[in-house]
Design a protein around this ligand. Sequence first.
Ligand code: NAP
Length: 660
Amino acid sequence: MSENNVNTLSPAVDDLFWQENYELITESDEELAQLLEQADLPALLAAIAAATGNTAILAEELRPPLTPVDTKNHPHGGMDEAAVKKAKATALAGLIQLRDQQITSTPTLDSQSAEEILAYLSNGRSQWNDMLKHELGLLPENSGAPTWRYEEVAAPGKVFTALIVGSGVAGIAAAHRFEQAGVPFEIIEASTRLGGTWQKNKYPGVRLDTPTFGYSYSFAQKSDWPHQFAQGEEVREYLETVAAKAGLSEKIQYGTKLISATWDEQSGVWQTVVSKDGNEGEIRKFNALISASGQLDIPNIPEFPGQEKFAGIQMHSQEWDPSVDWRGKKVAVIGTGASAYQIVPAIYQDVEQLVVFQRNAPWMLPAPTYHQEVSDTFSWLVRKVPHYAQWFRLWTTVLGIPGRFHTVRAEADWPQEPLSVSHKNQQVREELIELLSKQFEGHPELLKHAIPSYPPGAKRMLRDNGVWAQALKAEHSTLEVSPIAEFRENGIVTADGVHHEVDIVIYATGFKPSDYLDGIEIVGREGLRIHDYWQSDARAHNGVTVPGFPNFFMVYGPNVGGVVAGSLHFMLERASEYALKAIHEVLKRDVRAVDVTEAALDRFTAWVDAENRQMAWGQPYVRTWYQNRNGRVSQVWPFTNIEYWEATETVRPDEHEFLS
Ligand code: NAP
């Protein structure tokens, strides 16, 4: 790093949680050596190289090979023993240097140093650099913040306003980027609080089932998370804090719902009907409409004969009533997906009887630290090594790029279908069955039902630290696999004639995710309704734009959800940035609107569909919420974050019509 590049970073850094100075390291050499035993070496070496300005420590032989994760993580990205030993010695020398030279901040990284560190972490995959720079948060000029301001681009006197619908993870990402660009906008939220899914889902046990550091914005890199898999309330508080720091909290119009939006060809604006506190709608006009209204929002409550006769309490996981006391009661949980997996272990010890109704068993990946706090070593590193948290988050991002795609890609004519889709997938299946066999030892009947009859990864995999098996093995628990035949006043009867007496029924039966924009009428050019256009098959170019619906942008639209790789926040930030790029074009060209072409959407859909068909979840015999009613996988992004980065790099003129 050259001499003239050692100014400390300025507050222009695109990180709302930016921290300039860190605590002094005061520990002895021996104590530092001890701390290293539990550190993540690639992240730590990267942080030390950045803080000391000495990228020469990142020797070729210390590069993590990035062994892909499957049923287990590979410590230090799969570095071998010799590399680990050498990396520890290098890291120890680095920590001693930070201590002795009292280094408590990271100097501004010049481009070359940044790329040397990225080359180390990604083991030379320079094609990932631009995306990684966006994620790092230490390189102001490479963040996702817009590089332009509305007043610089818009023609004098031009009025252009946007409506952002929703203040969950997607809405906050969009609003922050719009605020940074200075594009005038309003943001409405149907609920009384922000946070989307994280303010709605309050059932016992709710928490992340992906590691916390992979679940944050590049522009809001909180470092002091208490849990390795954050609890629901912690995520909600994070979103509240982000909104407050971004100056959005006061801007959000709560209790305000979008009823309809109609494109007015004459004036080139969206005429919306917006209802406040359930009142009759009021008409408001906007030039752009940004839907950030979420995907897993509408509860799926299956219908069973006699449901209305049931005298006890029934509630969906998302509509958990905190006044309901399940303690000492007979409780039924219908469903064995991600929500049930968190509810059942959280309540089973306190109920009198528990019956879990299972249609299909879930696959679970081992996650021994699922309920653990972050370690003391981790907290120490975050407090004392400048920007360790940023580098750790980036390291998580690096590992998440390839993710576990190699475990779910189908081989042609694989003979073990429908149980697995490839050699690797079969290997994963066998390893997971071995783990289940240990967990259900002495319970052969439970074990039989705990083994899914579909390939690993075909549905969303859950995180397992053994609590699910513990709950099902309890004396007072029953795993019921016979289908529900009917409800009676005091319980549920299954097809095999067994009557389960219950006081409370919890529907952990998921959502209706493929019904995008349910309950909202969006009418585009020539009076076309979006749901008529989609015909139950929601599609959007890059998951963002829909032909015939000018200046309409979806943040977390169809086909952008990663399931075995990547970061949701990256996808949402990037979708927001892409929407802003399109608006930038509209302002720059001084036109009214941009409309994506049908051909562009067709190409995009064909590309995504072809890849989804190669995956476990795209096999014809698999049924999952990833698919819509037409059977198309409409939820999942089947590529890495890098392909999304590339797809959303520019708003291609040959794929768009600009309307003057
Ligand atoms: P889900 O994964 O769709 O699971 C729904 C469960 O209900 C499945 O076991 C399903 O069985 C069962 N079911 C549905 N209809 C049924 C019926 N008519 N009769 C009997 N069983 C029925 O829903 P979820 O658990 O609410 O999770 C949905 C998504 O939300 C997750 O995939 C995840 O993306 C997200 N989520 C995330 C977290 C987190 O990050 N912490 C937590 C919870 C949820 P089949 O398998 O047979 O369909």
